[in-house]
Design a protein around this ligand. Structure first.
Ligand code: NAD
Length: 478
C-alpha cells in the first residue's frame, strides 16, 4: 500500500506567490479583452471539460485510488465522474437561458422607462479543493464559473498528489492558461492562493481552515463562497420503522468510508430503538461488505493522521463508558495496514465525548438517546448549524416541525445525501457549515454579477407622463 506524506508530496510543488500572481494577471488581461464571452465560447469550454474527463476516466479512478490507498472505483465513477457529467449536462442545457437578460417592471412614477437584470461574468474565480471527492469538488465550481463566463484558477489538495498532478496535466492540455490554471502544492501554496485578488473565491474544506481563507480574502474584499462541514444529524422519529431506514443510513455512512461532507455524523433516537438499530446497522454493513480488509469496494481512510484521529475518537468514547460495535470479523492488524475501518456503531454516548463534539469524517456512527421530537429538535438547535440533516418519519406534521424549527444547509427526509444530486436544488451550508451556495442555476448566479440596470426613456412621452405624475409633488424630482 502506498503511504502518502502530504508534506513531502506538497514539497515537490515549486509554485511561488509570484507565479500565482502572474497566472492571475494573465487571466485578468484575457478577461479585459473578452469581458463577455459568448455562449458558444462557454459551451465549447464545458464540452472540452466533459470530453477530457471522459478520455481519462480510468486514469482518474486509478489516481484517486492510489491517493487513498484504496478508493472504490465504483464510488469514484458515481460520485466524482458521473456527478461531474450531470452538472455539465445541466449547465449545457440551461446555460444560454440563464445568460439571458431579465426584464423587470419599473415603478409607476418612471413609466416610459424600463429595467432589466444583466447576468455578467465576474472575471477570475478561484477554487480551493479538498481531498475527499477531488474531481467533483474541482469540477463542480469550475462548471458554474465557466458557464457564467469566467476563467478559473484551481488549488488542488496536497492529500491527493497523484490525482492533483493528473488533473493539472489534463487541464493544461485542454485549456489555455487564460481559461484555466491549476495549482498544486501544500499549505504554503494554499495560503498564497487564498490571498490573491480574485473576483470571487470558492473554498471547500473545513470550518477551521475557512476562517484563514476568509481573512485572507478580506484583505482584497474578495467575495467568498465557503462550502464547509460539520456534524450532520440523523433524527429517527418515534414512528420510524427501523428496518425501513437502515439501508439509507448505512449507505450514507459507508460511502467513501464516511469521508463525505454530508455523511450522517450521528443519530438521535428514542432509547427503546437503539439496540434494534445497532443490530440492523451492523447486519446491513456485513451484507454490503462480507469482508472489509482487502475489499476493493470499500474505501480506505485517506491518511495515517486521519486513521489515528478516528481511532482516538473511539478510544476516548470507550474510556468514557460508550459501547463500541465493529462490523465484520476482520483481522485488526490487516485493517490498520490498509487504513480500513469497518462501520462502527457507538452507543451509550454523551456530549462529553469527542465523538459528539468534532466532525467525524469516517465510518463511525454514534447513536444518542433522545426521547421526544422536542428533545431531538432542541439538541440540533443547541449545536452548530450542520451542513445536512436527515429525518426519518412517516408523519407529515413531524416533517414540518423539523423542517421549520431546525437549521441545516440542506435536508433529505427518509433518505440521506440525495438532496446534493438534485440539479434544481442549490447546495450550501448555513452558519459554521458554510456561506453561500452553488450548483445548477444557483451556481451560475453565484459566479455572475446580477447587474441591475435602469433605462430612462429619452422620448417626449417621458416628460409628459412624468410631468403629470410629479405635478405638485416636488420640484427637485423634475
Ligand atoms: P481542509 O480545510 O484541511 O483543506 C481544504 C483545502 O484548503 C486544501 O486544498 C488545503 O490545501 C487548503 N488549505 C489548507 N490550509 C490552508 C490555509 N491556511 N489557507 C488556505 N487554504 C488552506 O479540508 P480537507 O481535510 O481537505 O477536507 C475535509 C473538510 O472539508 C471536512 O470538514 C468536510 O466536511 C469539508 N467538505 C465540505 C464540502 C462541502 O461541499 N460543503 C465538501 C467536501 C468536504
Amino acid at each position: 500500500m502506498v503511504r502518502i506524506n502530504p508534506e513531502k508530496a506538497a514539497a515537490k510543488s515549486k509554485l511561488k506567490t509570484s507565479d500565482l500572481q502572474a497566472a492571475l494577471a494573465v487571466q485578468k488581461a484575457a478577461f479585459k479583452r473578452t469581458p463577455y464571452p459568448a455562449w458558444s465560447i462557454r459551451k465549447a469550454r464545458l464540452e472540452k471539460l466533459r470530453d477530457v474527463i471522459r478520455a481519462h476516466e480510468d486514469d482518474i479512478k486509478n489516481a484517486i485510488s492510489e491517493d487513498f490507498g484504496n478508493r472504490s472505483l465504483l464510488e469514484t465513477d458515481f460520485a466524482d465522474i458521473v456527478s461531474s457529467y450531470n452538472e455539465i449536462a445541466d449547465q449545457l442545457k440551461h446555460g444560454e437561458k440563464w445568460m439571458s437578460r431579465r426584464k423587470k417592471k419599473v415603478e409607476l412614477a418612471q413609466m416610459g422607462a424600463s429595467a432589466e437584470i444583466i447576468p455578467q461574468p465576474l472575471g477570475v474565480v478561484g477554487v480551493i479543493v479538498p481531498w475527499n471527492y477531488p474531481l467533483f469538488l474541482a469540477a463542480s465550481p469550475m462548471i458554474g464559473a465557466m458557464g457564467a463566463g469566467n476563467s478559473v484558477m484551481v488549488k488542488m489538495s496536497e492529500y491527493t498528489p497523484k490525482f492533483s498532478a493528473l488533473f493539472k496535466k489534463m487541464m493544461d492540455e485542454t485549456f489555455s492558461p487564460e481559461e484555466v490554471f491549476v495549482a498544486t502544492g501544500g499549505v504554503d501554496v494554499a495560503q498564497a492562493f487564498s490571498g490573491l485578488a480574485f473576483d470571487h473565491l470558492l473554498f471547500t474544506g473545513s470550518t477551521s481552515v475557512a476562517k484563514h481563507v476568509a481573512k485572507a480574502a478580506a484583505e482584497n474584499l474578495v467575495p467568498c463562497t465557503l462550502e464547509l462541514g460539520g456534524k450532520s444529524p440523523v433524527i429517527v422519529a418515534g414512528d420510524a420503522n427501523i428496518d425501513d431506514i437502515i439501508p439509507q443510513i448505512a449507505l450514507g455512512k459507508m460511502m467513501n468510508a464516511g469521508q463525505t461532507c454530508i455523511a450522517p455524523d450521528y443519530a438521535l433516537m428514542p432509547q427503546a430503538k437503539i439496540n434494534a438499530f445497532s443490530d440492523a446497522m451492523i447486519k446491513r454493513a456485513e451484507e454490503m461488505y462480507p469482508t472489509f480488509a482487502g475489499n476493493e469496494q470499500y474505501t480506505s481512510v485517506i491518511a495515517d493522521a486521519h486513521y489515528a484521529r478516528l481511532q482516538s475518537l473511539l478510544e476516548d468514547a470507550e474510556n468514557k463508558g460508550a459501547t463500541i460495535r465493529v462490523a465484520g470479523n476482520d483481522d485488526k492488524q490487516q485493517l490498520a495496514k490498509e487504513r480500513r475501518i469497518p462501520l462502527t456503531v457507538v452507543t451509550g454516548v454523551n456530549e462529553d465525548m469527542k465523538i459528539m463534539q468534532e466532525e467525524i469524517f469516517g465510518p463511525l456512527l454514534p447513536v444518542m438517546a433522545s426521547e421526544t421530537l422536542d428533545d431531538q429538535i432542541g439538541y440540533v438547535q443547541d449545536h452548530a448549524r450542520p451542513l445536512a440533516l436527515y429525518l426519518f418519519t412517516k408523519d407529515a406534521a413531524t416533517k414540518d416541525r423539523v423542517l421549520l424549527e431546525t437549521h441545516a444547509g440542506g435536508v433529505s427526509t427518509n433518505d440521506t445525501m440525495w438532496h446534493i444530486s438534485q440539479s434544481e436544488l442549490p447546495f450550501g451550508g448555513v452558519g459554521p457549515s458554510g456561506m453561500g451556495a452553488y450548483q445548477g442555476e444557483k451556481g451560475f448566479e453565484t459566479f455572475s454579477h446580477m447587474k441591475s440596470v435602469f433605462h430612462q426613456s429619452t422620448g417626449g412621452i417621458r416628460h409628459a407622463i412624468k410631468g403629470k405624475l410629479m405635478a405638485g409633488i416636488h420640484a427637485p424630482y423634475d
